[in-house]
Design a protein around this ligand. Sequence first.
Ligand code: XLS
Ligand code: NI
Ligand code: NI
Length: 438
Amino acid sequence: MSIFTNIPKINYEGPESKNPFAFKFYDADKIVLGKPMKEHLPFAMAWWHNLCAAGTDMFGRDTADKAFGTEKGTMEHAKAKVDAGFEFMQKLGIEYFCFHDVDIVPESDDLKETNRRLDEITDYMLVKMKETGIKCLWGTANMFSNPRFLAGAGSTNSAEVYCFAAAQVKKALELTVKLGGKGYVFWGGREGYETLLNTDVKFEQENIARLMKMAVSYGRSIGFTGDFYIEPKPKEPMKHQYDFDAATAIGFLRQYGLDKDFKMNIEANHATLAGHTFQHELRISAINGMLGSIDANQGDWLLGWDTDEFPSDVYTATMCMYEVVKAGGLTGGFNFDAKNRRPSYTYEDMFHAFILGMDTYALGLINAAKLIDDGRIDAFIQEKYKSFQSDLGKKILSGNATLEELAAVAEKMGSVENPCSGRQEYLENIVNTVLFGR
Ligand code: XLS
Ligand code: NI
Ligand code: NI
C-alpha cells in the first residue's frame, strides 16, 4: 500500500528546473573529486523526526498526520511507519536510516514486552531492507524520554534505573547488529545537571564511562565491528550536559580509555548551542582522528535551543564539506536530524524538506571541491606558517629546544617584527568569488 501516492520518485533535473519534486543540485552519480556524489554524501533519514514527530511543541498539539492510516500506539502503526519510511527513502534515493529503540515500537510498561515488540518490528524492517537495499546507519537507545531517566541514565542516582539503561543499551546494540548498522550512538540527553548543589559530577561521569565500557565489551562480543559515537551537546534538556562539545567529549573518552572504540557524531545545531561554528566542531574531531558521523541540520542564531531545521545554509554546508573532504570522508554518514517547521505539516512538505537538505549538501560538496581545486586557501596557510621551515623553526618543531635557548634567541634580537598579515578579508573574498563567480 502506497502512502505518498501523489508524490513521484525524486530525480535530478538541474538548477533550471522549477519542479518542486526534483533535485536541482544533488545528482547521485555525478563524479565530484573522483567519486559519485552519493558516496561523498551517504544520507540518512532520522526515524524520530520524519516518521514520529508530528508538530507537537510546548504550546500546541500535532499538526501533521503521522498515523499513516492506523491508530497510533499500536504495532499496526509501527508497521505503517516502516512502510511509510521505506517508500519515502526509496522515492528520494536515501540509502540509510537512523533510529532509537522507542521510535520503532510503542514502549510498553514491561521491558520484556517492549523487547518482544522490538524483535517483531526489526524482523519486518529486515524484509524491507532486503527488498530495497536500504541500510541502517546507526542505532541508539532513547534514555531521556521515559520518566525513570529524570536524573540521567548512566549518570542516574538509582542503581535500579542504571540497570534499565544497561538493558536498553544491550537491546539497542543487538538490534543495531541485527540490522547491520554501521554505528551506535550515545546522545546523553539527561546526562548532566541542573544544579551542582545536588550533583556529584565525578561519580556521575565515572558511571557513564562504566556504562560505555560495558557497551563496548558487549557490542564487540556480539559482532558489532562499527564505531561507537558520542554526540556532543552542551545543553537542552539539561542546563549543563557532560558531552558539552567535541573537545570535552574527546577528553572524556581519553580519560576513560574509550577513545579506540568511539568517534564523534557532530550535529550542526549542537555546535551552535555550544557557541562554536559547525566547522569548528568538525575540525576538532578531525584533527583528533575522531570525525565519525554527522547529524546534518541547522539551528537559528536568534534562538537558544535545538530547532533541528533542515539545512539550507549553503555557506555552512560548504565549510562542512570542506572539512569532511579534507578529513578523507566519514566512516558514518549524514543523518538529517531535522524536522519540518510546525506549519509545514503535509506529506509534500516532508519531501520538500529532504530535497532542500540534500541539495544544500550537494552544493556544499560542489563548492568545497571548487575551493580545494582553487588552492589559494591551502597555499595561504602554507605561507602563513613558513617561518617554522627555517632552522630556528625546525629546531622548535623537533621538540628538542629548551626555553633557555629560545629566550636567548629573543634576547639577542631584542625586538621582532609582527607576523605576516592574517588576510582574513582577502580569503573571504576568495571564498565568495569561488562560490559565486562564473
Ligand atoms: C537531540 C539529539 C538526538 C540524537 C539521538 O538533540 O540530536 O536526536 O541525535 O538521540
Ligand atoms: Ni539535536
Ligand atoms: Ni542528533
